[in-house]
Design a protein around this ligand. Structure first.
Ligand code: GLN
Length: 506
């Protein structure tokens, strides 16, 4: 078995017992990247020399008997909206094409301190706006389960890298579903932490009242490990919580007997694929057999969540993205005067979806319309949050599929923004309420002409700062159903290798 085929936990224990070196681990992943990256295109940049230096540093520490931290040489991929000092941070936008981050994001600095080795920066929808990674200015990422399909978005590169075996761990960001939806589409595990648990210092802001950074991994344990490394108060982010960081990996095992899980009926009314629905019902039965008390519940304002999100997120984006004017960062168009320089820079530098959001948001915030749109949306957001609060008086977790369908085809929704936005209908309510939620692979549906199997994800939503409960439920369920899923992942990865051998691409 190659190192990249092992579980993260196995790799870590071999690293700690010094049976393998961080450099060998890195080599294995770099080799896998060479093998399948031309098919998947998960990375915008692979940082080979830097990663080699970091791995050598970890090995030197291990040889000296020093503790390199809880990640101890594990490779990790970073979404390209996270600042890594000295590396380009493009947000998959032309406007930041050559912008080099002058400092580390707090989560990056924390991973470094724990001995992570950064493999590279991953592809995404431009400025994290999208659900398919097709909005990248540098070309789409493909879904390793079916190269004609999208990996989801906006953190599609991070999700696809983990799914294809090109990284054991990755970080993404989630404003309306951008970790959970691609996790669901690629058969990976992705966690959106509670608003405020992880510092956003060094994350290029999209919608500041919604953005959170979170982990991708190959198991619940992986997500717990990364979260442990990055969570906790940061004086550089005034919205970060002062709660003490928690050793999530040490509290994963727990019996689910007596745990109360609610299934909001509204979540199942959004055009869920019948096969996903059937799989979801099966999971509910498995959970009941494990002793979970599963009951239907209602969150009456849920049907307004998507509309609310698409007022709030673009409004905040229009304000956050005002800084990209051709003066301070990246791309600048040439023009005869300042005003037209601004216009041309922004017109040429931003892609179509980003321009659409900026215009929508600027309109929603403009004098005379603010009350009708932004203020109203803010009020509905409060109602949605209250609905969740009420539900959590009775339940420990809420459950739904992460997305209404499995991965869709490249090009299928790109010309129809509304149908693209609907891919997030089950994830945005969680961001509006600031809650933690995990997406974990929970089954497969058979799609299309070729009869390919595609994964779908289960979403486990928790109370604020109840990451532990969410992870415990996920972990217990993974013990029950994870083996079958891992077998399919192994087959998918082998198919990918075979495809590459048969169809060499540039
Ligand atoms: N797909 C959603 C959007 O386009 C969410 C994106 C995200 O979470 N960054 O806004």
């Amino acid at each position: 078995m190659e190192i990249w085929e092992m579980s993260t936990k196995e790799i870590l224990s071999l690293l700690k017992s010094r049976e393998i070196t961080a450099q060998e681990v890195l080599d294995s992943y770099l080799c896998r990247i060479t093998e399948v990256e031309p098919l998947v295109r998960a990375y915008l940049e692979v940082l080979e020399p830097e990663a080699r230096a970091e791995a050598a540093k970890v090995d030197a520490m291990l040889i000296r008997g020093e503790d390199p931290g809880i990640l101890s040489g594990l490779p990790c991929a970073l979404k390209d909206n996270l600042a890594l000092k000295g590396a380009r941070c493009t947000c998959a936008s032309k406007i930041l094409e050559n912008w080099v981050a002058p400092y580390d994001a707090t989560c990056v600095a924390r991973l470094k301190k724990q001995g992570a080795v950064f493999l590279g920066k991953t592809n995404m929808d431009e400025f994290a706006m999208g659900s398919s990674t097709e909005n990248s200015a540098f070309g789409p990422t493909k879904n390793p389960w079916d190269l004609e399909r999208v990996p989801g978005g906006s953190s599609g590169g991070s999700a696809a890298a983990v799914a294809a075996g090109m990284a054991p761990l990755a970080l993404g960001s989630d404003t309306g579903g951008s970790i959970r939806q691609p996790a669901s589409f690629t058969g990976t595990y992705g966690l959106k932490p509670t608003y405020g648990l992880v510092s956003r210092y060094g994350l290029v802001a999209f919608a500041s009242s919604l953005d959170q950074i979170g982990p991708f991994g190959q198991s619940v344990w992986d997500c717990a490990l990364l979260l442990e490394a990055i969570a906790g108060y940061d004086p550089l982010d005034s919205t970060s919580s002062r709660k003490e960081p928690f050793p999530y990996t040490k509290h994963l095992e727990s019996s689910l007997r007596g745990l109360r899980a609610g299934v909001p009926g509204e979540f199942l009314g959004f055009g869920i694929d019948p096969d996903v629905r059937e799989g979801f019902e099966k999971i509910l039965e498995i959970l009941s057999d494990m002793g979970v008390i599963v009951e239907e519940t209602s969150l009456p304002t849920l049907p307004y969540a998507l509309d609310t999100y698409y007022v709030i997120a673009p409004s905040e984006a229009s304000s956050n993205l005002a800084r990209f004017d051709g003066v301070r960062y990246g791309f600048r168009a040439s023009a005869p005067n300042l005003e037209s320089m601004y216009q041309k820079t922004r017109g040429e530098g931003f892609g179509r979806e980003v321009r659409r959001r900026i215009m929508l948001g600027t309109f929603a915030l403009s004098a005379g319309y603010y009350d009708a749109y932004y203020l109203r949306a803010a009020r509905i957001r409060t109602l949605i949050r209250r609905d969740f609060e009420n539900a959590f008086e009775k339940f420990d977790v809420l459950l739904s599929p992460t997305t209404p369908t499995a991965a869709f085809k490249l090009g299928e929704k790109i010309e129809d923004p509304i149908s693209m936005y609907l891919a997030d209908v089950l994830t945005v309510p969680v961001n509006l309420a600031g809650l933690p939620a995990l997406s974990m692979p929970a089954g497969f549906v058979i799609t299309g002409e070729k009869g390919k199997e595609l994964p779908w994800g289960l979403q486990i939503i928790g109370k604020p700062f109840a990451e532990t409960t969410v992870l415990q439920v996920g972990n217990a369920l993974e013990q029950e159903i994870g083996k079958e899923i891992n077998d399919k992942i192994r087959d998918m990865r082998r198919d990918l290798t075979r495809t590459r051998e048969c169809e060499p691409v540039d």
